[in-house]
Write a protein that binds this ligand. Structure first.
Ligand SMILES: NC(=O)c1ccc[n+]([C@@H]2O[C@H](COP(=O)([O-])OP(=O)(O)OC[C@H]3O[C@@H](n4cnc5c(N)ncnc54)[C@H](O)[C@@H]3O)[C@@H](O)[C@H]2O)c1
Length: 445
């Protein structure tokens, strides 16, 4: 199959490279010239395990190419995927201008039958609008005979394991309006997944499915975080509560880890968007609204814990921040809990020294210049008054706190991911704070 992939970010690049790997001919299109220039010269501009090799292998064998010119991408395309960003708009809804700009670009460049596949996460009704734009644009060009249809195919890959997720999806959700589209999508995905895991449905249901999944996962996180707050005031342990919940097969243990809140490019914006979509249709989405509210409170928790411990004036303190990305194995810092934490530290006068295995380059562009960076947790914690674990990268889970503690000005650790054992830290003489475990352990606290 010849595929044009418009939008070459996390989703578009991974999807394009994986389709190419299975023998399709893929042309990735992006308006960002730097992205395309980098990719043409073999530089993958984002961090995703396994992606570099796949991009270079397929570029070499000619199954993957890159361009800024959508007309070139569409020349032989049987399918055109739209995988551009759909960030939050100012009112908290979904900014669809990038999706519609691509629809208009397709309308002005397409001259052959094509299936347009919307992979971006979009509110219900958007695929219909994309179809209207493309067909009316073609009609204006006197090309009403060109057959176009729109398919909804939301993406469920997770940053950090995106390539693996794409090769082994739990399921593929496809919203179609015709047998022709259904059969083309089945052929495209059957090399990746058994046929019965390709779930066909109407387009509106497919659009809603993506939001429903993200809202359910985010709700579980906010739910356990709220339980963690109760555990803290009641002197209970949220890990025990989780253990007691998760063996119930109706509940399970996934997405029940209390921490410093969810971030990333999807959950925060998608939950807000669901709330807005409901409102626009006259329906109050109370679960979505509550999920966001609880998360906003939770993202401030590390800052509050530090202020509670040291007071509002943090002048002269040096705080080591372990982890900047919103989760391990990615450099994505969109809506990351590290951002409000660092904001609080700086506002209260502390010095922040941050370490992250992948997100340092991204951080340097978005965090204030006064933030310092270290290469390792060992280096970051030298002379620090406290360390804060924000992202549970593997290398931070293996930190030797005995060694780090010797070089810290004060042995104080705030664990935003409940990654360490309170008794181990106590044995090392640390004052240890965590989430929902009812405890300040050890030290003066
Ligand atoms: N990142 C994830 O983990 C993830 C997972 C599932 C779904 N999604 C959804 O997938 C979509 C894409 O997300 P992403 O994280 O890949 O975004 P991204 O910001 O990483 O990439 C989007 C790309 O689209 C390009 N672009 C914008 N307008 C364009 C245009 N008119 N023509 C060509 N290129 C254009 C941008 O330059 C950018 O490179 C979003 O709707 C997102 O919600 C993301």
């Amino acid at each position: 199959m010849n595929i044009c992939m418009v939008g070459t970010g996390y989703v578009g690049l991974v999807t394009g490279a994986c389709f190419a790997e299975k023998g399709n001919r893929v042309c990735c299109v992006d308006i960002n010239r730097d992205v395309i220039k980098n990719l043409e010269s073999g530089v993958v501009p984002l961090y995703e395990p396994g992606l570099d090799e796949m991009v270079s292998r397929n570029s070499r064998r000619g199954t993957l190419r890159f361009t800024c010119d959508i007309a070139s991408g569409l020349r032989d395309a049987d399918m055109c995927f739209i995988a551009v960003g759909t960030p939050s708009s100012e009112g908290g809804g979904t900014e669809l201008k990038y999706v519609y700009a691509v629809a208009d670009d397709i309308a002005s460049a397409l001259d052959r039958d094509c299936i347009v596949v919307v992979k971006s996460t979009v509110p219900v009704g958007t695929c219909g609008e994309v179809l209207d734009r493309v067909t009316s644009g073609l009609a204006e060009r006197g090309l009403a005979g060109v057959r176009v249809e729109v398919v909804s195919n939301p993406e469920f890959l997770k940053e950090g394991s995106a390539v693996e997720d794409f090769f082994k999806p739990d399921r593929v959700v496809v919203g179609v309006a015709s047998e022709r589209a259904r059969s083309a999508m089945f052929d495209l995905y059957s090399p990746f997944v058994e046929g019965d895991k390709i779930i066909f449905m109407d387009i509106a249901s497919s659009e809603i499915t993506k939001y429903a999944c993200n809202a359910m996962l985010a709700a579980r996180i906010s739910f356990i975080n709220e339980i963690a707050l109760l555990c803290d005031v009641a002197g209970a342990d949220v890990l025990s509560v989780k253990a007691g919940m998760s063996l119930d097969p109706r509940i399970g243990g996934h997405f029940l880890n209390a921490g410093c809140g969810y971030g990333g490019s999807c959950f925060p914006k998608d939950i807000q968007a669901l709330d807005q979509t409901g409102r626009a249709m006259g329906l109050e989405m109370k679960m979505a609204a509550a999920t966001s509210l609880v998360n906003e409170r939770q993202k401030k928790i590390l800052g509050s814990m530090i202020v509670d411990r040291f007071g509002k004036n943090l002048k002269g303190l040096k705080i080591a921040v372990l982890g900047l990305a919103f989760k391990p194995n990615t450099d994505d810092m969109r809506y990351a809990p590290s951002i409000p934490l660092i904001d609080t530290l700086l506002r209260c006068g502390a010095g922040a020294i941050a370490v992250d295995p992948a997100a340092r380059g991204v951080a340097a562009k978005i965090l204030p210049r006064c933030v310092e960076y270290a290469d390792t947790a060992f280096e970051a914690t030298r002379d620090a008054d406290a360390a804060v674990l924000v992202t549970e990268w593997e290398e931070f889970l293996k930190v030797d706190w005995s060694e780090c503690g010797e070089r810290m000005r004060r042995k104080i650790l705030f664990d935003g991911r409940n990654a360490y054992s309170p008794s181990d830290l106590r044995a090392l003489g640390f004052e240890y704070y965590c989430i929902g475990r009812g405890c300040v352990v050890g030290g003066e606290g």
